[in-house]
Design a protein around this ligand. Structure first.
Ligand code: ZN
Length: 152
């Protein structure tokens, strides 16, 4: 990954080698899967939401270091958060990846207030357009899983 700073590369490799929240969850957790055929990345997201809060999340799948480390960071970032906060985080991350989202109920201020933490390590990916789909795969799969949640 030429051009990525060493610190960011270390964070990405750490999440790739030691993925957080790896595994599966049994129902009533919802499951969604995503594929990035350009790179061969596969992600499965298992999402357990209780009272509007991400009680647990597990990620399975395989693929390149960007896709898998992004999934690991995503799982770490959303666990324990309320769904509104998760949506703001997804929007913030996709914004960092230059993905344009349609306007929704989340305001720019709410989005700007979201802390990215380790996820900032992935910002260098935006310079490599072909890898953006690797980085956003887990997030798009998370959105898919959230759409599978029973209506509150
Ligand atoms: Zn990939």
């Amino acid at each position: 990954m030429p051009g990525l700073e060493d610190l960011y590369r270390e964070i990405i490799l750490d999440h790739y080698r030691t993925p957080r929240n790896r595994g599966e969850l049994a129902p009533p957790a919802v499951r969604a899967e995503g594929h990035n055929p350009l790179c061969g990345d596969e992600i499965q997201v298992y999402l357990d939401v209780v009272d509007g809060v991400v009680n647990d999340i597990k990620v399975a799948g395989q693929g390149c270091s960007i896709s898998q480390s992004s999934a690991s960071m995503m799982s770490q970032a959303v666990k324990g958060k309320g769904l509104a906060e998760v949506r703001a985080l997804v929007r913030r991350f996709r914004g960092m990846m230059s993905v344009e989202d349609a306007e929704d109920e989340i305001t720019a201020a709410e989005t700007a207030a979201v802390k990215l933490g380790d996820l900032e390590a992935l910002q260098g990916v935006v310079k490599f357009p072909v890898r953006i789909k690797c980085a956003t795969l887990a997030w798009n799969t998370l959105l898919l899983a959230m759409s599978e949640l029973p209506a509150a």
